[in-house]
Design a protein around this ligand. Structure first.
Ligand SMILES: Cc1cc2nc3c(=O)[nH]c(=O)nc-3n(C[C@H](O)[C@H](O)[C@H](O)COP(=O)(O)OP(=O)(O)OC[C@H]3O[C@@H](n4cnc5c(N)ncnc54)[C@H](O)[C@@H]3O)c2cc1C
Length: 385
């Protein structure tokens, strides 16, 4: 079969790219190694920035999740037991919320029920060989089926082997931390406030969920502590959690399962080679400290769709190194600064050295008292440039 674009990886970003390109009459095939629709059992919720919402709206996806998206009006940053806090209020930059919390299941249901049947998807399949020449990419699947396209987009997530296969250098390291993700029901209303609470082992994020009396928690700790916490019975886990939470929400109750995600960093030094382009976590897997990984990937997707559509309209080869360089240039600064900022935040706040502690307290005071800095940081977190 011949396609304009083949996407390897049918996770959220691979499928959103396929939906967007198909909307613009670009012929697309997706290769996914697992069965689809994915069975979602991870209890996760995503923080979706205002900028991502606008992109998903344009792609015709947002309307299917909107009614289940809980707005974030304020964000509060806390540093352990320090009384110094930074409070961001959405009204500083406009009337719209700073972002939304959406359950993973809601996003997947929207895609499964409204788009999956319209896409050309090969599953459960992976590539056996990929051959690129100056005119096309030839992909042979593990069942020996062959497809040809002008461009191969790699959306295989952080463990993709494709960069290695194409000798694309990727900077990688292990954070030696894991995030435990779970939901809690609580006595007091969350007031649509998202909290990032920094502790020496890592941040604890409290994300407001639909209804007002439930929150999604992302509790990051050093790997060995996370392992221990995961093995605790529910009652003891709640006791440990309350040591961090205090009486913040009144009485709290665990809702559903806990799931643990080991954290690692990966950053591709170049996003393209031959006719292959990396997007999403295959290009940049960042620390979840600010809930920005998917948002960054959604901005990759926007750039890819915009530039491929424009190139096609003007007769430019969509797998040409000219176009792939253009997309890479468009994405590099945003990807690099977000990877650096999230990594830096985790390092600065996990540091117990007195001077660093004093410096970060000073930093928090400066931010809390500077409307200019606050507005800049809010706009950045909202994905608005
Ligand atoms: C604890 C935690 C909390 C997070 N919270 C947030 C948040 O609140 N907001 C936010 O913006 N981001 C968040 N993130 C980041 C976000 O989860 C990721 O950035 C995002 O899911 C990456 O999507 P992806 O489609 O690139 O990769 P993936 O979701 O990993 O999808 C990759 C897909 O490719 C398939 N695949 C892999 N290899 C092959 C192959 N060889 N052939 C075919 N298919 C293949 C896989 O089966 C999978 O379906 C969080 C991350 C973590 C760990």
């Amino acid at each position: 079969m011949n396609y304009d674009v083949i996407i390897s990886g049918g996770g959220l970003l691979g499928l959103i790219t396929a939906i967007g390109l198909s909307n613009d009459s670009v012929s697309v095939a997706v290769i996914e190694k697992n069965n689809l629709p994915h069975v979602i059992d991870d209890n996760r919720a995503f923080a979706i920035s205002q900028g991502s919402k606008k992109i998903l709206e344009k792609l015709g996806i947002w309307q299917f999740v909107e009614s289940e998206a809980e707005p974030i009006f304020d964000i509060c940053i806390l540093d352990g037991n320090s009384p110094i806090t930074v409070h961001y209020n959405h009204k500083m930059v406009g009337a719209e919320p700073m972002g939304y919390i959406i359950n993973n299941v809601i996003i997947w249901n929207a895609i499964n029920n409204n788009f999956l049947s319209k896409l050309n998807i090969y599953f459960p399949r992976s590539y056996k060989t990929i051959a690129c020449d100056s005119g096309c990419v030839e992909v042979t699947l593990d069942n020996n089926q062959q497809s040809i396209s002008s461009l191969l987009i790699c959306a295989e997530g952080k463990n993709s082997k494709l960069p290695e296969l194409f000798s694309m250098p990727v900077m990688k390291f292990d954070y030696r931390q894991s995030s435990i993700v779970f939901n809690v029901e609580h006595e007091l209303h969350h007031q649509n406030l998202a909290v990032e609470w920094f502790f020496p082992g890592g941040p604890l994020a409290i994300l407001p969920m639909k209804g007002g009396y439930a929150s999604s928690i992302v509790w990051t700790e050093r790997s060995e502590i996370s392992k221990m916490l995961m093995n605790l019975p529910e009652e003891e886990f709640i006791i440990e959690l309350k040591k961090r939470f205090g009486s913040y929400f009144g009485e709290i109750k665990l809702e559903g399962e806990r799931k643990s995600y080991p954290l690692s960093f990966a950053f591709a030094k170049r996003l393209h080679k031959s006719r292959v382009l990396l997007i999403g976590d295959a290009a940049h897997s960042i620390h979840p400290v600010a809930g920005q990984g998917l948002n960054l990937g959604i901005r990759d997707v926007e750039s890819v769709i915009r530039q491929i559509t424009a190139a096609r309209a003007s007769g430019v080869d969509i797998g040409s190194s000219y176009l792939l360089k253009k997309i890479s240039r468009d994405r590099y600064f945003d990807n690099f600064t977000m990877a650096l900022a999230t990594d830096g935040l985790d390092r600065i706040f996990s540091n117990r050295i007195f001077c660093t502690k004093a410096l970060r307290n000073f930093g928090l005071i400066v931010v809390e008292n500077s409307d200019f800095l606050k507005k800049y940081l809010i706009r950045h977190a909202m994905g608005l440039r």
